[in-house]
Design a protein. Sequence first.
Length: 118
Amino acid sequence: MKTAKIKDLPYVCVFEDDAFPCIDCAKKFSRYLDCIPYDADFVLLGWSNYNRGKKQRFSAPFNKIEQRDISGSHSYILFKSGYDKYLEFFEENPNGRADNNIFASVGKSYVLNYPLFI
C-alpha cells in the first residue's frame, strides 16, 4: 500500500493466494464496478461468515460493514481515501491480519451482496 500511496494510484485490488473466483465472476465484477458506493474506502469482493449465526441476507448490491460483521475476505479493493488508515492500522498492529478489525476501521467499508471470490 505504501507504493500505491507514493504512486498516487486511485485504488489497489488485492487477491490473496487462496482467492478462487465464483461462477460468472467476470460478468458480475463488471456489474458491481458500476455500483460501488461513491464514498467507499474499502470494498470486499468476497466474504466469509458474514453476520455469523444469522441468515446471510444482503441488500443489493453492497452492504456497509459494521464492526464484527465479517470474519474474512480473499480479495478486496482499497481506494486512495483508505490508504492512510490501512497503513496506520498495520503500523500499530504489525502482526495484524486483514480481518474484521481492519474492515471496519479503514473507513467506509462495504461487502458485496454476492461474493466474487471465495
